[in-house]
Ligand binder design. Structure first.
Ligand SMILES: Cc1cc2nc3c(=O)[nH]c(=O)nc-3n(C[C@H](O)[C@H](O)[C@H](O)COP(=O)(O)OP(=O)(O)OC[C@H]3O[C@@H](n4cnc5c(N)ncnc54)[C@H](O)[C@@H]3O)c2cc1C
Length: 101
């Protein structure tokens, strides 16, 4: 579980850094920002969920900040556009451009 979370954190960092790099070069990053929004928001939820699971009952108690993180992170998949809407935009971009990545 720790390795899975580390892999997702690593992928999230690289994804955001690549989008930031393109943005700094003045490139249009609407496609990349939607990809980051979906992947990172969902990865954060999986990572916190694993941390809660590893801690057992302690993970759902008020004795650690995990329960608070869990509640806060759930909204990441909704605000700034729900994942479903970003997926729709990403798929539309891919279909329009033929081959995005
Ligand atoms: C904590 C928090 C902070 C927020 N802060 C701000 C803010 O600062 N400024 C601001 O303007 N807004 C803010 N919002 C609002 C947020 O952007 C909206 O909640 C979000 O865009 C989803 O809109 P909605 O709640 O009307 O859900 P709806 O649009 O009704 O969507 C409900 C659900 O239906 C599904 N869905 C919707 N559209 C599609 C689609 N096309 N295809 C497939 N499924 C779909 C998704 O699962 C979605 O979660 C905030 C929301 C939260 C929870």
């Amino acid at each position: 579980m720790i390795a899975d979370s580390e892999i997702e954190l690593h992928a999230s960092r690289l994804m955001v850094m690549q989008a930031a790099w393109k943005h700094e070069r003045g490139e249009d990053i609407r496609h990349e920002s939607s990809i980051c929004k979906v992947f990172v928001a969902e990865a954060v939820n999986r990572i916190i969920d694993r941390a809660v699971q590893m801690c057992g009952a302690l993970g759902v108690s008020a004795d650690t900040p995990l329960e608070h993180f869990y509640r806060e992170a759930r909204a990441f998949r909704i605000y700034d556009g729900p994942s479903e809407v970003h997926r729709m935009v990403i798929a539309r971009d891919v279909l329009r451009s033929g081959n995005r990545s």
